[in-house]
Design a protein around this ligand. Structure first.
Ligand SMILES: [Zn+2]
Length: 275
């Protein structure tokens, strides 16, 4: 555990590092969202810990989609929503701090594992939803994304016209959310790798980065890249040390809640830019 004095030093160090960076990006995971009351999946009161049947169904979603997009959609429209009413959830101070860093011109891109759209709600513009976005749909043929409201699946169901089809290419449309066993959409995987390859600072927030291929991103950032002047600095903000801490992929860990640490870092960055 870090004592408070040590933590204050690290917060100042992170602010200085961010202020000195030329291309900072952030990776975020479930830890950022749980502070907004969004349940995780495997924690003590996680969605699946409480409902193992739901986990089984989640594992089967993609196979079902491949077998029968119509049945996949029928399930979506008749079954319970896994994450409850995500639309009512609000960003927390951690989300707002990351949006502020983007507004200041420091944070250039944010790659999130979360599907809840809270980074966008907080004001971040350049967000890559690595595992998809619960409020969007995606064409599996041309990867076009659509706002959920652009389709009326209930109506299509009544008319016997499921699954929804892509207005651009006629391909089958599914939820944008990436299901188990479903590959990360190629455009998303590619753009994320590019961002990780070119950043000179990566903030890893609220994720232990163990789920592949997302877990590759911090490791890619650490690799030497041609044309990059200095080694990428990797700062972790997590409640507990992770595999990244132990394998020294991260340069340092600021231990605590992202909703508490990130606003303090932003405060320090603002102080620096006011001098
Ligand atoms: Zn399409």
């Amino acid at each position: 555990m870090q004592d408070d004095g040590g933590k204050v030093d690290l917060i100042k160090r992170a602010a200085a590092d961010l202020a000195g960076s030329t291309y900072a990006i952030a990776l975020t995971g479930a830890g950022v969202s749980t502070e907004s009351g969004i349940p995780d999946f495997r924690g003590p009161s996680g969605v699946w810990t409480k409902d193992p049947e739901a986990e089984k169904r989640a594992y089967q979603s993609y196979a079902k989609f491949q077998r029968s997009p119509k049945e996949y959609w029928e399930d979506r429209l008749t079954g319970p929503s896994l994450l409850g009413d995500l639309g009512k959830m609000a960003p927390n101070p951690g989300h707002y701090a990351l949006a502020e860093l983007e507004r200041m011109g420091i944070l250039k891109c944010l790659i999130t594992q979360n599907i809840d759209n809270l980074h966008q709600k907080a004001g971040n513009k350049n967000v890559l939803d690595y595992h998809g976005n619960a409020f969007k749909l995606r064409c599996v043929s041309c990867s076009a994304r659509f706002e959920a409201g652009e389709f009326d699946p209930q109506q299509l169901r009544k008319e016997g016209r499921l699954p929804p089809l892509c207005p651009r290419c006629g391909g089958v449309v599914k939820l944008d959310v990436v299901h188990f066993h479903e590959p990360i959409p190629a455009d998303m995987a590619q753009r994320s790798l590019e961002e990780a390859g070119k950043c000179d600072l990566m903030l890893v927030c609220g994720t232990s980065a163990v789920v592949y291929p997302f877990a590759m991103l911090p490791r890619v950032a650490k690799q030497r890249q041609p044309g990059k002047e200095r080694e990428t600095l990797l700062i972790e903000i997590n409640a507990e040390p992770t595999a990244l801490t132990e394998a020294k992929v991260s340069d340092y860990l600021i231990q605590g809640k992202t909703g508490q640490i990130l606003p303090k870092i932003v405060e320090e960055v603002s102080k620096r830019s006011n001098v």
